[in-house]
Ligand binder design. Sequence first.
Ligand SMILES: *Cc1c(COP(=O)(O)O)cnc(C)c1O
Ligand code: SF4
Length: 354
Amino acid sequence: MIQRTPVRIEARDTSHLPDKDPGTPENQSWQTILSRSVSSPEQLLERLNLPAERWFEGAQNGHDLFPVRVPEPFIQRMEPGNPNDPLLRQVLPVADETIELSGFVRDPLEENTAIQTTGLIRKYHSRALLMVTGQCAINCRYCFRRHFPYNDHKLSREDRDLVINALNSSPEINEVILSGGDPLAVNDRLLSQWVDLLDSVPNLKRLRIHSRLPVVIPQRVCDDMLAWLNRTRLQKVLVVHVNHPAEIDQPTRDAFQRLKQAGVTLLNQSVILKGVNDNAATLTELSETLFDAGVLPYYLHAFDPVAGAHHFDVSDHRAATLVRKMLETLPGFLVPKLVREVPGESSKTPIPVI
Ligand SMILES: *Cc1c(COP(=O)(O)O)cnc(C)c1O
Ligand code: SF4
């Protein structure tokens, strides 16, 4: 049995944490914070006062498969000494990751089948995904990305031209989704060039960004980013990724506010994860906390059977029951759509709520 921590909505007291000296993230650039992310199981366990003798071996085995990576602002929202902290569970490798189970696969989405030109994935009628980087600011244990040896490869100038040509010759595409990895892991100079190119494609109406960075490093929403957001003629949508209400603290709210002031519509997608958010109270609180912070719930993704992440698995039946409970207490607009991505389908597939 996984012991669950109760939902915490009050601000956490982090004054006992050992990093209130001049190097605190508040005064650092996002690049500095990113480069100083915790990147080993030892560091993470030590940082959270968890006994290495109890947790280290499993964590190290998982780390060898997919390295630990957690930026400091996200760690600050965790409760020290609690191995079941819902934020920690998303990033701490565990021994179970090395167990192979049938049905849990390396590429559950068969992503490799829909590549239109290098960097451009087209599965749905009116929108295309542009993978600007394979990098992320955080390594989430449940992510299918754990099986792709993404490097920091950026698209060449030629690749970029091919992407723009493909978009220009597909008039039914009216929305480009910057994705990755995490598209905001790349610098604003490059993003600003992309946005200028996309602005020039007449059939595009919307620019969408799928990113976890404004959540895990709120400092990412900096003036350089706001500059290209303010400049583009396209309508802007940012889909963040928050799984638990404790992921939203004051710096995150401030970052969301800056985005809203730049005219960005904020949506959220979550993944249902055992031991993180697989109960109705947490999901309800998540919706309320998101809306307080200016974000509308969009999707709740059913769990993809990713090899090495089966310890997060929640059945579709259980997920549907939880969403049913949310409908009983929340207004309809705060209940996310429960979906699964089925290879070959023309959209995300809704899971009937029972
Ligand atoms: C999820 C996804 C989208 C976006 O789908 P929406 O339902 O519009 O949010 C677009 N393209 C691909 C390849 C996707 O996987
Ligand atoms: S793609 Fe999203 S879920 Fe996967 S590791 Fe990156 S931030 Fe986490």
